[in-house]
Design a protein around this ligand. Sequence first.
Ligand code: ZN
Length: 426
Amino acid sequence: MKILIKNGNILTMEQEEVLFGDVGIVDDIITFIGKDEFFQADYVIDAHECMVMPGLVNAHTHSSMTLFRNYADDLLFWDWLEGRILPIEDKLVGADVKIGAKLAIAEMIRSGITTFADMYMFMDDVAQAVAETGIRAHLSRGLTGTDDASREKIGEAKSFYHRWHGTQHDLIRVDFAPHAPYTCDDAFIGYIMEAASGLDTRIHIHLSESRDEVQRSLEQHGATPIAHMRDLGLFDFPTYAAHCVHITDADIQILKENHVSVVNNPGSNLKIANGFAPIKKLFVAGVNVSVATDGAASNNNLNMFEEMALAALINKGVEEDAVVVPAYQALQMGTVNGAMALGREAQIGTLRVGKKADIILVDMHKPHFYPQYNLVSSLVYSAQAGDVKTVLCNGQLLMENYQLTTIDEEKTMREANQAAKRLVGS
Ligand SMILES: [Zn+2]
């Protein structure tokens, strides 16, 4: 199948300059950017008044938590987690997780996300949802454990890896996810490393999200969560770490030296009242920082345009420095840096000949984009998720002209509502 995206503004994310022209796709691969008069397309997409750019990479979420969206808001963290979320998570079955993931994927495609990294449970059901919808995903079974009985979950994670890693034309990859240092004891982290050893995989973990977590780690181990994970050898695996909010200069050095990617979740950190990650310092140190939505129960949406704007705005406010996290850097956080966190930068994250055709069209023919002084800035400071008009992932159209092509949206919303009602018992 040969697809031509025609007459668009093109932001490749290989350079800040916006080009004008066409993008050619053969099957799943970008074959040219610019003009090719000899390209015989089977299908043409008109990109007039649109920005053609790489699909966004949401490098940390818990997709099925869409089922708990707006169920437990404005609560203290432990009241939120232990009082409201964990009791209903106990009632989840695979079918719930699948419908929650599908709802999340519909929302993510609508906001221009073509790759997401997910940490949760019943991951076979999430993988089914991914396979049915055609999005790209890094999936990991969230692992918590402080006793030998929990080791069963690690076995589940390993067999999940063997069932799904590299499947669906490599759209699905499987990572290993020790949930966080405060939910896994040292022996359990050791078992996870043993299971992941020798596999083509990555570690997906929450690190230093709250002040309380760091305090407890210092008391228990005499080390910050980041130093402690380094000491255990976890960073011998390629690692992407969500949050990294309460971190020291020494932690930043450890992240840099061990090539750990940080996944910033500004919306979630604000809503759960955990604070702000020191993004400026991380960038200065040369750490790869991406941005993500976290789960919808603590955000409460999966809107990467909002997260990119928050990353830019919060850091300017906190640093009292208007040039910190400029628009192009926020866009890098949402695209190529996310691809690097997942080890996918050779395939996705920018538009380049030979890379996978994960491409979105943002409709800029709307009042909030005019006048058009600076299209790059407007993508961060003016764009809304609802401006995404067309989405391709791996050369397949997942949304065209605002219509989802692989998901029955009405049915998904209805089923998600039914599942949620059953879970909360109303
Ligand atoms: Zn999370």
